[in-house]
Ligand binder design. Structure first.
Ligand code: NAG
Ligand code: NAG
Ligand code: NAG
Ligand code: NAG
Length: 137
């Protein structure tokens, strides 16, 4: 019985970890953004019947034009467009108006997001990295 309970507990933990992730709703991958012109980054955390506290996020834009590959967002963020709080505690979606600096190189670029959040009564630590490709022109 105890064994079964443990299994259920582990499966539930795994389920939580898999169910909880943030998505970039906007801009869609492949969007062209203009340096100096604001665009909206819309982020949505999947819902789950357990408390999720998004502590902080970072939104970065990395130019991939000098070397057609970009580094993954867990290594390099490029230019930080936004860093700070996400929304009031336990609010799971937010929009951020950001702009690439006017000096930002044209060409392919990678939008990266770091999401630091706590889950449940025990406040489990979670760090999630998101990325998508944009064009700067
Ligand atoms: C381009 O990026 C790749 C992968 O990170 C790296 O191995 C290579 O040295 C880079 N090339 C230049 C010219 O920076
Ligand atoms: C970048 O995003 C793609 C598509 O969502 C994903 O498959 C990939 O794992 C991400 N890469 C990193 C380093 O996070
Ligand atoms: C973000 O912007 C979209 C498009 O304007 C809007 O539909 C959505 O409600 C906004 N979300 C939040 C959390 O303000
Ligand atoms: C445009 O983006 C910058 C950051 O990139 C931000 O500080 C500024 O508030 C935004 N402007 C508007 C009108 O939202």
């Amino acid at each position: 019985m105890y064994f079964v309970k443990t299994l259920v507990y582990l499966a539930t933990l795994l389920g939580f970890a898999m169910a909880q992730s943030m998505q970039i709703l906007s801009p869609p991958p492949g969007t062209t953004v203009t340096p100096g012109t604001n665009f909206t980054v819309s982020l949505q955390m999947s819902n789950y019947p357990e408390s999720i506290d998004i502590v902080a996020i970072v939104i970065g834009l990395q130019s991939c034009s000098s070397n057609s590959t970009c580094y993954p967002p867990n290594q390099v963020m490029g230019t930080v467009l936004y860093q700070g709080s996400f929304a009031p505690p336990f609010v799971l979606s937010a929009n951020f108006s950001v702009a690439a600096p006017t000096s930002f190189p044209s060409g392919p670029a990678q939008l990266g997001v770091i999401n630091y959040f706590l889950v449940g009564a025990e406040n489990e630590n979670n760090l999630q990295f998101l990325n998508e490709t944009l064009t700067v022109s």
